[in-house]
Design a protein around this ligand. Structure first.
Ligand SMILES: [Zn+2]
Length: 128
């Protein structure tokens, strides 16, 4: 399948309505994992903050809301892949900076091996 036509999958051919339920399903079942890879990748380059990451994911075409991203960052902190630095003096609205941990780097390296394998099979084989 040509990746260019992928967005039309979400459009009902009869009503022309974009089916949000499928988007949600795709986000939850598959793309959520992509976002985590993306977060680990950027955290590897330096600390990141939620708003920047939100814009970054949206620039890549993902439909992600703050209500999804912020809990995701907290969860990645709990798993030990990210470490968060907060300026405690700044109060509840303090900016939270996320850093990649050694465990996060290991997770990223491992995922990249699978990603390369997956890309070789799923993407490269379609070009032939
Ligand atoms: Zn990016």
């Amino acid at each position: 399948m040509d990746p260019e036509i992928l967005p039309s999958i979400f459009r009902n051919p009869i009503t022309g309505v974009v089916m949000a339920i499928n988007r949600k399903l795709l986000n939850r079942e598959i793309l959520l994992g992509f976002w985590k890879v993306h977060i680990l990748h950027h955290a590897a380059a330096g600390p990141l903050v939620g708003q920047w990451m939100l814009n970054e994911l949206r620039e890549h075409g993902y439909h992600v809301s703050p209500g999804t991203l912020y809990p995701l960052l907290r969860r990645m902190e709990k798993t030990g892949w990210l470490r968060c630095r907060v300026d405690k003096k700044a109060g509840p609205k303090a900016r939270r900076e996320y850093f990649l941990t050694a465990a996060g780097r290991e997770a990223l390296d491992e995922v990249l091996r699978y990603l390369q394998e997956l890309r070789g099979e799923v993407v490269e084989s379609r070009k032939k």
